[in-house]
Design a protein around this ligand. Structure first.
Ligand code: TPP
Ligand code: MG
Length: 314
């Protein structure tokens, strides 16, 4: 499967399993689908039939609320049956909303923001001490970077010269209730990581070629951080940059139908939709009172003019 196909599959399953379960974090998954797809299609070393294989690269989803992105990826790659995805967020399922290490292929349980990167740093130190050649990758949220523990970890990684560690920050400018810049503005993320001694690469987090090139780089003696500029809710226009879709799930009617058809409008060649193979005929359309028309971000203007958001916050 190509990274483009895998990315689309992540989005399609995401719509389905949040819809069925009434579970959260659809926007956070859509934001990082391309990052996960390039990592697992082209970069990480792993063996689905042997999830604990010693030589595997480690992956920690520090923004553990987007667990569906990891579960879907692992299922699509054969770590466990794809049909199990339909149990996501349900009572008794091992596919808990926040990532669980009980799922084959998951290296660490996460969900308490600010903790995953510390685990990744520990894994990278251990690999060096044991003279192992695997690498450690972790994905953080930009809101998560408000956590002090992120910066303790960043400091330690630079101090221990962890060139086997790669952090990717999903820089979508949003967290759970508002823009990052209006919640706790803390300056340029790239500058901050640079000042903590990391090798910083900034790129478009939806550009697979740029991601591939960056994720395969190595610089002796320095950890790498990729500040990936992304759009929360990417690929589904009515969800993009709308904070509502941090927690909301696609309800029956125009929300689900519209999400499915938005994905069908950008479906790559050679990929099958396991739920609605041809999209939805005669989709329900939003009525005049639909939430889609409401402004959920109090009039703030988003990227590329997001600096205006800082003005609002002063
Ligand atoms: C320590 C901690 N505090 C609060 C939360 C609740 N929470 C879940 S997601 C989220 C926002 C995260 O924003 P960001 O890191 O930017 O992730 P995004 O969804 O935008 O990728 C918050 C505050 C949490 N999971 N952990
Ligand atoms: Mg964010």
């Amino acid at each position: 499967m190509t990274s483009e196909q895998l990315a689309w599959k992540i989005c399609r399953h995401d719509v389905e399993i949040t819809h069925i379960s009434g579970g959260s974090h659809i926007g956070a998954v859509l934001s990082m689908a391309d990052i996960m797809a390039v990592l697992y299609a082209d970069v990480l070393r792993y063996r689905p039939e042997e999830p604990k294989w010693e030589g595997r690269d480690r992956f920690v989803l520090s923004k553990g609320h987007a667990g569906a992105a990891l579960y879907i990826t692992l299922a699509e790659l054969g770590f466990f049956p794809v049909e199990e995805l339909l149990t996501y967020y349900q009572n008794g399922s091992r596919l808990s909303g926040h990532v669980s290490h009980k799922v084959p292929g998951v290296d660490a349980s996460t969900g308490s923001l600010g903790h995953g990167i510390g685990l990744a740093v520990g894994m990278a130190i251990a690999a060096k001490q044991d003279r192992k050649t695997h690498r450690v990758f972790t994905v953080l949220g930009d809101g998560e970077c408000n956590e002090g523990s992120v910066w303790e970890s960043a400091q330690a990684a630079a101090n221990f010269q962890l060139d086997n560690l790669v952090a990717i920050v999903d820089h979508n400018h949003m967290q759970s209730l508002d823009f990052c810049e209006r919640t706790l503005y803390s300056g340029s993320l790239a500058d901050k990581w640079r000042s903590f001694g990391w090798n910083v690469i900034e790129l478009n987090g939806h550009d697979h070629d740029a991601l591939r090139a960056a994720l395969t780089q190595k610089k002796a003696g320095q950890p790498i951080v990729i500040v990936a500029h992304t759009v929360k809710g990417n690929r589904i226009p009515f969800m993009e940059k709308d904070i509502l879709w941090h927690y909301r799930f696609p309800h029956d009617g125009w929300e689900y139908d519209g999400a499915v058809n938005a994905l069908h409008a950008c479906k790559p060649e050679g990929v099958e939709d396991p739920y609605t193979p041809n999209g939805i005929e005669n989709p329900v359309l939003p009525g005049p009172d639909a939430d889609i028309y409401r402004d959920h971000t109090a009039g703030a203007t988003y990227h590329p003019t997001w600096f205006q958001v800082q003005e609002v916050s002063k």
